[in-house]
Ligand binder design. Structure first.
Ligand SMILES: CC1=C(CCC(=O)O)c2cc3nc(cc4[nH]c(cc5[nH]c(cc1n2)c(C)c5CCC(=O)O)c(CCC(=O)O)c4C)C(CCC(=O)O)=C3C
Ligand SMILES: [Fe+2]
Length: 315
């Protein structure tokens, strides 16, 4: 098959990946740790966090599947069936990024575009996905371009601002007192020395949503930092919530801007861990509904892919 040219453009849709099952957590965690197996205590800690969010199926796996299928439908509608073919490529689970590119090659695809299911660029995060995809594409003889970021796409901002409005409405009479707390996955603080755009892009997304939703009371905080012995970007959401409670804040709408799915960092780190601390501090914590396969999110992804296909360049 691979000697036959396929004129469709391959779209490599990349996401973090999640274990297949609770038995698979060790393999997954070892991959995240670049081949170093976790200690028994680290493994138990991660497994127990998954146990508290997983009801048979791992939410991120299902949500990535749903997102890729919805993006395929959106591209079919916009460009005609067969013009673009989506493939999944995961960072830390099968089908890995390299598997996705190899599947394109097996189908005879010669031109491909990569896009990651997170809106902001960072050398350590999106840059890592793109490097692996580009390397495999070169090996397979596929011309590859990548969408670097889409953190200010109007459809994305509009979709998120609607969710903020809807989340604030849940506070009822307390709505005017509620504070919108934007959050994103922390990264090792050494990215600050690399001139990385990550934090500026996260703030730009947050500011644009606040403006679109007419929100005046908002802050940004980090979440889900790793324990590596090195400093990570802060303040962490748990510290921020403690400080807010000391300042008398009683109603907080957590709005993750770097995540687009229901998964561990949302369902555990916010919904269980941050909520528990908030309750102890007398804060009512609500969270926006995640985008998952929101049609406007799909429109933002599709427009980014089509923009690059029609002559846009890698930045
Ligand atoms: C920037 C960023 C995003 C957002 C952008 C993107 O989506 O790419 C993200 C998302 C996610 N991170 C996830 C899970 C984990 N990340 C870990 C560890 C790490 N994350 C890092 C960064 C990021 N991570 C980093 C620098 C590490 C340290 C190790 C390393 O240098 O790579 C660990 C190890 C244990 C722990 O630290 O808790 C786990 C289990 C899941 C899946 C959840 C599920 O399965 O439902 C998702 C969506
Ligand atoms: Fe992570």
């Amino acid at each position: 098959m691979s000697d036959q040219v396929n004129n469709a453009i391959g779209v490599l849709v990349m996401s973090y990946g999640t274990p297949e099952s609770l038995e698979d957590v060790e393999t997954y965690y070892t991959h995240i740790r670049r081949g170093n197996p976790p200690s028994a205590a680290q493994l138990e800690d991660l497994t127990s966090r998954y146990r508290s969010i997983v009801g048979g199926v791992f939410p991120l796996r299902e949500n990535t599947n749903i997102q890729v299928a919805a993006l395929q439908r959106t591209l079919d509608e916009l460009a005609g069936e067969g013009a673009y073919i989506c493939y999944q490529g995961l960072k830390h689970a099968a089908p890995y990024i390299e598997d996705g590119v190899a599947a394109m090659a097996a189908d005879g695809i010669k031109n491909a575009i990569g896009i990651v299911l997170t809106p902001q660029y960072s050398i350590m995060s999106v840059g890592g996905y793109m490097k692996r995809a580009q390397e495999e594409a070169s090996k397979q003889g596929i011309a590859f371009k990548s969408v670097q970021e889409y953190h200010l796409h109007p459809e994305l901002i509009d979709a998120l601002s609607k969710r903020v409005t809807e989340g604030l409405d849940r506070f009822g009479e307390q709505r005017a007192d509620a504070l919108v707390l934007f959050s994103a996955h922390s990264l090792p603080a050494k990215i600050l020395e690399m001139n990385d755009p990550y934090s500026d892009q996260l703030l730009a997304t947050s500011r644009a949503i606040a403006e679109a939703a007419g929100v005046e009371k908002w802050q940004f905080t980090w979440q889900s930092a790793g324990q590596t012995g090195q400093p990570w970007l802060g303040p962490d959401i748990l510290e921020t919530l403690t400080r807010l409670s000391e300042e008398g804040v009683k109603n907080v709408l957590v709005t993750p801007v770097g995540f687009v799915s229901d998964h561990l960092e949302v369902l555990y780190d916010i919904d269980i861990e941050a909520r528990k601390l908030s309750e102890e501090h007398g804060i009512r914590l609500e969270r926006i509904r995640m985008l998952n396969d929101d049609p406007q999110y799909m429109a933002a992804l599709a427009a980014s892919v089509l923009g690059l296909a029609h002559g846009g360049t890698n930045e």
